[in-house]
Ligand binder design. Structure first.
Ligand SMILES: Cc1cc2nc3c(=O)[nH]c(=O)nc-3n(C[C@H](O)[C@H](O)[C@H](O)COP(=O)(O)OP(=O)(O)OC[C@H]3O[C@@H](n4cnc5c(N)ncnc54)[C@H](O)[C@@H]3O)c2cc1C
Length: 398
C-alpha cells in the first residue's frame, strides 16, 4: 500500500497523538483523533521539555509561542542526604546555548490541538475507544464505548498511554510492569527560595526523594514531587499532613512557604509509573507511539520528549518509504537505538533513587559525585539529560 493520502485513526490526545496528528495532516493524510476525556482538561504534573522534544515543536511551529510560557531550565541540581552535591549538571557545560523548559501538559496541548484543528484534523472528544477490529480487507476499525463504529483506517496509531488496552487487541507483543514506587505531586506558586532556572532535587535514602521544577507560565509556578511507595498511599492519606510536611522539610527546609499552600491531602495527586517493553513499535497497519510503546519511570524526565520524537520519526519514515509496510518497519528501526538507550538508562538508574534497597543509596552517594568529576562522563550525563543519546557513543539525528 502507498504512503500518500492515507486515512489515519489516532487513539489518545496526550502528547504523541496530537503531535503526530498535526504532522500527518500537514503531509496530506486524512486524520481523526479520538480522546476519551470530554474536553482538553488542565491535568497532569509539570514536566521538563528537552532540546530533542523542542526540536519537534519547532518543526510543528509552536516553539516560539511556547517558550515565553515556560521556565527556562539551565541545570539539574541534586543533593544527597548530607546536603552535598550528588549531581550538578548544567546544559551549557556540554551543549552551548542549550537549556530545558519546564512546562505543563495543558500549555503544550493547547498549542498542539490548535495546530491540529487548523491542519484539518478531526478531533473527537469524549470518545473512549473500547475495541479494535479488522475487516476482511485487514484494515483496522474502532468501536467506542457507546458502540459507535469508526473506520476503516489505512493506518491506526496507538497513542493511548502506558495502560493501553488496544496494544493487545492489535496483536502486538509487549510487556508491562508497574513500578512499586510513584510520586505525590502538586503545582503551586514558586517562592523566591527556589531558583527559576533550576530543577532542584534532594534524596535521603532510596526511600526519600523530593523535587521542585519551575514550570513557568505567567503565574510563575513550581511543580513539586515527593517519592512514595504506592502501597503506602492509603496510609499517607489517613496520616497527619503536618507530620508528612516535617519529613519533606527535613530534606527541603527552604520549602516551608511553598508547603503552606498545601492544606489538604486532596491537593496532591498520585502518579504511578509503568515500564513498557516492545521489540517493535509497529504491526499490520498499526504503529505505537509514546508511553503506549515505551513508558518508563520519569527519573530521566524523557517521556514527553520521546513521544514527540516518535511522532516526527513516523511522519519522516512514512514520507521516505514507497509502501506503508516499509514505512512502519523503518519507523521501528529509526526509534530503536534512542528508545533502547533511555529504557536501559532509566531501568538502571531508578533503583538508586526509588527502591527498597538502602545499600544502593549509599553506593549512589559515594559513586555519583566521583564519576561526575570525570569530564567525559559529565558530558555523557548532560547529553543524556538533554535527551540526545542513542548509545554510549551515539547521538540523535532528528
Ligand atoms: C510524575 C510524572 C512526571 C513526569 N515528568 C516528565 C518530565 O519531566 N519530562 C518528560 O518528558 N516526561 C515526563 N513524564 C512522562 C510523560 O508524562 C509521559 O511520557 C507522556 O505524557 C506520554 O505521552 P503519551 O501521549 O504517550 O501518553 P499520555 O500522555 O498518557 O496520553 C494518552 C492519552 O490517551 C487517552 N486514552 C487512553 N486510552 C484511551 C482510549 N481507550 N480511548 C480514547 N483515549 C484514550 C488518555 O486519556 C490520554 O489523553 C512524567 C510522568 C509522570 C507520571
Amino acid at each position: 500500500m502507498k504512503t500518500s493520502g492515507l486515512t489515519i485513526g489516532i487513539v489518545g490526545a496526550g502528547t504523541a497523538g496530537p503531535a503526530a496528528a498535526v504532522l500527518l495532516a500537514r503531509a496530506g493524510h486524512r486524520v481523526r483523533l479520538y480522546e476519551r476525556a470530554p474536553v482538553n482538561l488542565p491535568v497532569g504534573a509539570g514536566f521538563l521539555l528537552q532540546p530533542t522534544g523542542m526540536g519537534v515543536l519547532a518543526k510543528i511551529g509552536v516553539l516560539d509561542e511556547l517558550r515565553p510560557l515556560t521556565a527556562g531550565i539551565r541545570r539539574l541540581h541534586c543533593l544527597d542526604r548530607r546536603g552535598r552535591s550528588l549531581l550538578n549538571l548544567n546544559y551549557e557545560e556540554a551543549l552551548p546555548g542549550v537549556q530545558g523548559a519546564g512546562t505543563h501538559r495543558a500549555t503544550l496541548l493547547n498549542l498542539l490541538l490548535r495546530e491540529a484543528t487548523s491542519s484539518g484534523v478531526e478531533i473527537l472528544w469524549d470518545h473512549a475507544i473500547a475495541s479494535m477490529e479488522r475487516g476482511t480487507d485487514g484494515r483496522p476499525r474502532l468501536v467506542d464505548a457507546r458502540g459507535g463504529r469508526h473506520g476503516p483506517f489505512d493506518l491506526l496509531l496507538l497513542c493511548d498511554g502506558a495502560q493501553s488496552t488496544l496494544r493487545a487487541q492489535a496483536g502486538l507483543s509487549f510487556r508491562v510492569d508497574r513500578y512499586p514506587w510513584g510520586a505525590l505531586w502538586f503545582i503551586g506558586k514558586r517562592p523566591s527560595e527556589f531558583a527559576p532556572d533550576t530543577l532542584w532535587q534532594r534524596v535521603g535514602s532510596t526511600r526519600e526523594l523530593v523535587g521542585f521544577l519551575p514550570t513557568g507560565t505567567k503565574d510563575d509556578l513550581l511543580s513539586f514531587f515527593w517519592s512514595v511507595k504506592l502501597a503506602d498511599v492509603a496510609a499517607w492519606r489517613e496520616g497527619d499532613l503536618n507530620d508528612w510536611k516535617r519529613q519533606v522539610l527535613a530534606l527541603a527546609p527552604q520549602a516551608e512557604g511553598f508547603l503552606a499552600q498545601i492544606k489538604h491531602h486532596d491537593q496532591l495527586s498520585v502518579a504511578a509509573y509503568h515500564d513498557v517493553r516492545m521489540r517493535h513499535w509497529h504491526g499490520d497497519r498499526v504503529a505505537v507511539l509514546g508511553d503506549a510503546g515505551h513508558a518508563l519511570s520519569p527519573q530521566l524526565g524523557q517521556g514527553v520528549n520521546l513521544a514527540l520524537m516518535d511522532a516526527a520519526a513516523l511522519v519522516r519514515t512514512l514520507g521516505e518509504s514507497r509502501t506503508l509496510e516499509e514505512g512502519l518497519a523503518a519507523y521501528s528501526e529509526a526509534r530503536r537505538s534512542h528508545l533502547c538507550y533511555y529504557q536501559f538508562a532509566t531501568r538502571w538508574l531508578t533503583p538508586f533513587f526509588q527502591s527498597d534497597a538502602p545499600s544502593l543509596g549509599w553506593l549512589r552517594d559515594g559513586f555519583f559525585p566521583l564519576i561526575g568529576r570525570v569530564p567525559w562522563v559529565r558530558r555523557q550525563m548532560i547529553t543524556t539529560m538533554a535527551g540526545q543519546k542513542t548509545g554510549v557513543f551515539g547521538r540523535v539525528r532528528e
